[in-house]
Each structure stands twice: as structure tokens, then as C-alpha cells.
Design a protein around this ligand. Structure first.
Ligand code: ADP
Length: 704
């Protein structure tokens, strides 16, 4: 260890002789003016004390000697630093009075250390309060010395205002930078060109859970980079090298707790002031929520598409098997399953009618042959549960899956996740649909809701198909019954006609041969029998004609109504002349699709009724028509006796008449026949009438 050699030097500062000591090494500075030969050991100093003194006086640094805390002497520079005009103005001032409180504490600490003989801090900063009220930053060195045998302190101060300002600016810009970086809503990772992390911001810490200290210094592969994403990270580096920057590069990060987050990286290469590539700034945005929202949106769109497609496809079918198959295909697009079934449910009978059943066999979903017979509800505990609760249910089984809900005992595995959904038509359950998976935890409430939506669309189609099939069955039944009735009417009328003709014939013979032998009353009876026979014959003929109308299955042709009506009118030539009837028929009556013979019966009946039920001297009949869409509306208007509104329906029923035979001849079958013909043409008939003024019979017929 090098031992410091004791040295003594003396120099004059402001006319004072100093003796300085630094630790154990003591230097004596002797008052130089005129006594330079007294310098103890430094030959150089003693030789040129004047020069040395001059150096201090003109030094660009402030020098000051303190004794008893007061300024004993100082150089010009120190006076200048303190904004005093001359050294004289500063001498004798208490040094602590020139310091800010903070600097007072620092200075006192240093002085105490020196007094205790401790090694003082080489340089420390003080803030001096200048004479003009401002402050000045100085870097200070202090040593203990002796002046006139008494302890003193020699201070060396240099102005560090510029340095401090620079420092302040640096600190300001550094903290500004930190603030900006930390207030970023995106995570920032600054790396060197090899990917070694140089810095991260607070958002990075929040997002990943890794502290700045954890992250700085990390190299690729980073602990927050997903293994699967590694390849894309390499891809990212490659592209970065090529393009110099990267926009919206999606990768997966893993947080410190192991949670995956989707981030979108934007990377920029940073250059040094000399223009060389220096670092990379990676701004990472958490897009997990955005991705989740996007996923959810596309799921919703998919579901809507499926529901729309389902609705569209189901309008094209009225077959329950087909409906079930379409439903199965659409469900498959949005809900994965290993088992799918759809049963119809008969609430009254408490029976299930399986329509479709699919089960996975290896890779394929195989359609099962469902039983033909209806299955009692009680045989299916799951369906019992749905029917009783009237709600869907989701069952996620543990490892102890049971065969509780097995239907046909043949399924390839036991379902671990099951969804059962009732199909409602208004309040009635009309079916049950189920999806099942052989995997655990396959379904969520979301799947249940989705299947419910699909089930309700399918339920509407099933209900529509059921109604249609019921209507078809009913109309077939009605048709069959009507045919039976017509056959019966035909046979009965035909068979009745024969004996009636005999009765009428024999009565007429009786009248012819035995009329002379009968008294007046007898003759009257005989006449009544003949008339009744005639009426009955007309009744039977009307009945026969009515049943023939149904029996004849002719093809419809295009018929010019104007021509047909003219022909029918000509049949009434005699009555027209006799009753002075005026019939107006539009020349522009449309053509219709129909059976000519039948339409003639319609006009014949309506015209004859219009003439018959007229109490006016000049019966007036007006036949007009308009066309609405595919139907022509034909109106036959008269100025006859009219009909009370309460009989508007009754007159179309068979043998229903509003008058006695004596008043108006007839059987009451005419309008029934007219109605039957119009309806068999796909039209309808109705009457509007004002009693005493006349009636209008309107009916529709299809136009070609
Ligand atoms: P019928 O003419 O043989 O009595 P319809 O079936 O043709 O039998 O008519 C049924 C009943 O409707 C008639 O008895 C009559 O009371 C009433 N009716 C039909 N046409 C007219 C009409 N144009 N004006 C008033 N009443 C009518």
C-alpha cells in the first residue's frame, strides 16, 4: 500500500495563509505576499507563489475559505458566482446564509464528516442563493485546512448551471417518454434486432402479467409467446426483415397465469441518430374481445342462415319424415352431435311416434329404422321429463353415464351430453327433438336455445303438414260420402220413378175409364193423385239431375258466356213473350272455364226463378259480369218479389222453398243444384235482395 508522504504547501487566498489537510496528508500554504521563502516543503509552490496566487485569483472556479462558518476570504469568481461586485462585499458573510435549506443540510453533513476525520465525498452539488435573489447550482469540493492556526474549510465551487439544465431537460424528456409509453392503451415491447427485450410498458405488464424486470433481457422464444405461434413469430421476423415494418400481425400470447390472448402486432424498426437500424418497437393490441365478438357475430349469422334455410326448405314439404330430415340436416350445420332424433307426440294418447333417429357408427351417422308403431310416452324417461316440465333440458353426465335414456338399445355408445327440446304448436307439445354427444361437456345453454329456435320452426312445418294431411283425409272422406250419397240418390230416385210412373199411368187410365162413374169428390181426389204424381215425378227428376251433376266428370273447356246465355234465353221464348219479360245481357260477358251442360243448368235455373218470382207486370232481368283476378263474377239481377235476408242461406238448401206450391210452382231443388255446380267449378254463390224490389244472384267462375 502506498503511504502518502506528508507534504506541506502554502498559498495565499485573498491575503490569507492557508494550511490544508486532506486525511493524513497535510499541505501548508503560507501567506505568499513577501514571504514565499517560508513555504515548508513544496519547492514549486514556494518558487512561484505569486503565480499560484494569480492562478487562484483568476481561476474560472470559485474558491472560498470558511472559518467559524463565515467567509474568511474568497476569489473573484466566487464573488461573481454569488452576484457580488467584489470580494470585499462577500467577506464575513455567514456561509449557510448563502445556501438553500437543502444545500445547508448537505453542506453541514460534509463539514461534520470532515471534522470527524472521515473521507469526504469528492464532489457534491450545492444550490447557492445569489445576491440578486436567484440561485445557482455549483459542484463543490471541500477540504479542511488551518488558517492562522485555526480550523478552516476551503471550498472549490464550479458553476454547473448548464449541466443541471441539461440534466433537467433529459429527466423531463425521459419522464415524458415514460409517461407516454405507460399511458399507451396497447402493450409495447422494444427489442434489439435479434429480438432481445430492451423495455416494455405498463400495459404489457397488465396484459401478460409479466413484470418489466421479468421481461427485459428475454430472448425468442419469449415466455409469453404461444408454442403454436412460434412458427408465425419466425414468419413475423422474416417478413419484418423484408418489409421493414409489419401491420396487424395476429399471434397468440400466453399470460403468466397461462391464459391465452389474441394480440395483433404492429412492428416498426427504429433507427439510431446515425440512421442505422437499432431496435424494434412492437405494439401489441389485445384483440381477444374483438375476436370473440367476431366469432359470436359469425355464429349468429350462421344460426340465422340455418333458421332462414330451414324455414325456406320446410315450406316446400308437407311430409313429416321429410321435415324431420331437413331439420336434422340444418341442426348438423350448427350443433355437432352423435345422436339425433325427432319424435312426434300425441298429447291425448300420450304416445310418441318416432320419425327419425340417427346414431354415429364410427365416422358415419347412420339412420335407424324407427318402429312403425307408436311408443307409449312412459317408455322414454327423457321425453316424460320434457312433457312433464314442458321445458327443454340439458344433461351433462359425469364418467358414470347410465343407459337411462336408451331408446332402441342398439346405440353404439352412451351419450355423455344430451339436449332434449319440446316442439310446441301454440301450447301443445307436438314433438320432441334431441341431440346427444358421446363426448363430455359438449353442450351449453346456448346450444339448447339454438335447438329450441330450430325446433319451433320445424314445429310450425309439422303442424302445417298435420293440418294439411288431416284436411286431405277429411276431404277424401267427404268426397267418398258424397259419392255414396249421390249413388244412393240416383238409385233411389231411379227405382222410385218406375212405380211412380205406374201409379200415374194407372191413375190416368182410371180417370179415363171410370171418370163418369165417380162423383165430384171422387173426381177431385183422382185429380189430386195425378197432380201429386206429377209433382213427385218432377221432384225425382230434379234429384236425378242433381246426382247426375256430381256423377258427370267432364273436362272443363273455355266457354263464351255471351253465347251460352243467349242460347239459354232462347229456351224461354214463350215465357218471355207471355210474361212480357225483358232480359238484358251484356255482349261482353267473359269466357269462363267450365262444363257447358252444367253452366246451362245454372243460367236456366236463375233465369226461370227471376221470371217465376216476379210480381211486376214487366219482369226485368239484367245479366252482367266483371272479372277479378282469375275469377269472373256474374250477376243475375231481377225486379221480382225479393227475399228476406234471413232466408239468404236457406234457399240454397235442397227442397227448401219460401212459398206454397199453389203460389209458385217448383220443387226447391234448383238453387241447390246451382250452388253445387258453381262450387264444383271452384266458385261460390250468394244472393243480395230487398223484399219487394228484387234480388241479385252473384256467382264466380274461373276464367281461362
Ligand atoms: P224452386 O224454384 O223450385 O222453388 P229453388 O231452389 O230454385 O226452388 O228456389 C228456392 C226458393 O228460393 C224459392 O222457392 C223461392 O222462394 C226463392 N227464390 C229463388 N229465386 C228467387 C228469386 N229470383 N226471387 C225471389 N225468390 C227466389
Amino acid at each position: 500500500m502506498k503511504t502518502l508522504k506528508r507534504q506541506k504547501r502554502s498559498v495565499s487566498l485573498g491575503g490569507r495563509k492557508l494550511r490544508t489537510s486532506t486525511g493524513k496528508d497535510t499541505k501548508t500554504v503560507t501567506r505568499a505576499r513577501g514571504r514565499s521563502s517560508q513555504i515548508i516543503s513544496s519547492v514549486a509552490f514556494s518558487r512561484n507563489v505569486e503565480t499560484f496566487q494569480h492562478l487562484i485569483e483568476t481561476s474560472p472556479f470559485g474558491h472560498v475559505i470558511l472559518q467559524d462558518s463565515k467567509i474568511l476570504s474568497a476569489n473573484l469568481m466566487f464573488a461573481k458566482l454569488m452576484a457580488f461586485r467584489s470580494v470585499e462585499n462577500i467577506r464575513g458573510k455567514k456561509f449557510s446564509g448563502l445556501l438553500t435549506p437543502e444545500s445547508q443540510r448537505t453542506f453541514n453533513l460534509m463539514v461534520r464528516r470532515l471534522e470527524r476525520g472521515e473521507t469526504p465525498i469528492q464532489k457534491f452539488d450545492l444550490v447557492l442563493r445569489r445576491n440578486n435573489g436567484t440561485t445557482i447550482d455549483v459542484e463543490t469540493t471541500v477540504i479542511r485546512c488551518e488558517v492562522d492556526g485555526k480550523q478552516a474549510f476551503a471550498l472549490h465551487c464550479s458553476d454547473i448551471t448548464d449541466r443541471k439544465n441539461l440534466q433537467r431537460r433529459l429527466i423531463d424528456s425521459e419522464s415524458l417518454f415514460r409517461n407516454v409509453v405507460n399511458s399507451m392503451g396497447d402493450a409495447l415491447v422494444i427489442t434489439d434486432l435479434q429480438g432481445k427485450v430492451l423495455d416494455v410498458n405498463r400495459e404489457f405488464e397488465r396484459l401478460t402479467g409479466y413484470d418489466r424486470s421479468d421481461a427485459v433481457g428475454k430472448e425468442i422464444p419469449y415466455p409469453w409467446t404461444d408454442q403454436i405461434s412460434m412458427r408465425s413469430v419466425m414468419d413475423w421476423l422474416e417478413r419484418l426483415r423484408k418489409d421493414g415494418s409489419l401491420r396487424d400481425f395476429d399471434v397468440t400470447w400466453v399470460t403468466k397465469e397461462g391464459r391465452k390472448i389474441a394480440v395483433s402486432l404492429n412492428t416498426t424498426l427504429l433507427r439510431s441518430s446515425s440512421g442505422d437500424l437499432a431496435a424494434m418497437a412492437n405494439v401489441a393490441r389485445d384483440i381477444s374481445e374483438r375476436q370473440a365478438a367476431q366469432r359470436e357475430l359469425s355464429n349468429q349469422v350462421r344460426r340465422l342462415e340455418v333458421l332462414y334455410e330451414l324455414g325456406r326448405l320446410l315450406t316446400g314439404t308437407l311430409d313429416s319424415q321429410e321435415i324431420a330430415r331437413i331439420t336434422y340436416q340444418q341442426v348438423w350445420k350448427v350443433i355437432p352431435f352423435d345422436v339425433f332424433f325427432l319424435d312426434l307426440y300425441d298429447e291425448e294418447r300420450q304416445e310418441l311416434r318416432p320419425v327419425i333417429w340417427y346414431d354415429r357408427k364410427g365416422e358415419d351417422l347412420v339412420e335407424y329404422q324407427v318402429p312403425e308403431r307408436a311408443v307409449p310416452l312412459a317408455e322414454s324417461p327423457a321425453c316424460v321429463r320434457v312433457v312433464k316440465s314442458r321445458k327443454s333440458f340439458l344433461e351433462l353426465r359425469g364418467s358414470q353415464a347410465t343407459s337411462e335414456y336408451l331408446r332402441f338399445g342398439e346405440v353404439s355408445a352412451l351419450s355423455k351430453s344430451l339436449v332434449f327440446v319440446p316442439m310446441f304448436s301454440k301450447d301443445r307439445i307436438i314433438g320432441i327433438v334431441s341431440v346427444q354427444s358421446y363426448e363430455y361437456q359438449s353442450y351449453t345453454q346456448e346450444h339448447v336455445t339454438l335447438l329450441e329456435s330450430i325446433a319451433s320452426v320445424a314445429a310450425i312445418a309439422l303442424e302445417k303438414a298435420k293440418l294439411y294431411n288431416e284436411t286431405v283425409a277429411k276431404s277424401l272422406e267427404i268426397e267418398a260420402r258424397n259419392k255414396e250419397l249421390d249413388d244412393f240418390t240416383y238409385v233411389v230416385s231411379h227405382d222410385l220413378k218406375e212405380p211412380l210412373i205406374s201409379v200415374e199411368g194407372y191413375t190416368k187410365i182410371l180417370k179415363k175409364i171410370y171418370e163418369d162413374r165417380l162423383d165430384g169428390e171422387g173426381k177431385q181426389y183422382l185429380q189430386s193423385v195425378i197432380e201429386s204424381c206429377g209433382h213427385m215425378k218432377r221432384l225425382i227428376e230434379d234429384l236425378l239431375q242433381l246426382s247426375r251433376v256430381s256423377k258427370v266428370q267432364e273436362h272443363r273447356t273455355t266457354i263464351k258466356l255471351s253465347e251460352l246465355v243467349t242460347q239459354v234465353i232462347s229456351e224461354f221464348e214463350f215465357a218471355i213473350r207471355d210474361r212480357k219479360v225483358k232480359i238484358q245481357s251484356s255482349d261482353s260477358l267473359p269466357s269462363v272455364l267450365g262444363i257447358e251442360a252444367h253452366l246451362k243448368i245454372v243460367f236456366r235455373n236463375l233465369i226461370s226463378n227471376a221470371i217465376k218470382f216476379c210480381d211486376k207486370p214487366n219482369p226485368l232481368i239484367d245479366i252482367t259480369a266483371t272479372t277479378e283476378g282469375r275469377m269472373a263474377i256474374i250477376r243475375v239481377k231481377d225486379n221480382g218479389i225479393g227475399i228476406e235476408p234471413q232466408y239468404f242461406d236457406k234457399i240454397f238448401m235442397i227442397f227448401q222453398r219460401l212459398h206454397k206450391r199453389e203460389e209458385f210452382e217448383g220443387t226447391g231443388a234448383g238453387l241447390t243444384m246451382v250452388k253445387k255446380i258453381v262450387e264444383s267449378h271452384g266458385g261460390r254463390i250468394w244472393v243480395d235482395s230487398t223484399p219487394g224490389e228484387g234480388s241479385t244472384f252473384s256467382f264466380t267462375l274461373p276464367v281461362p
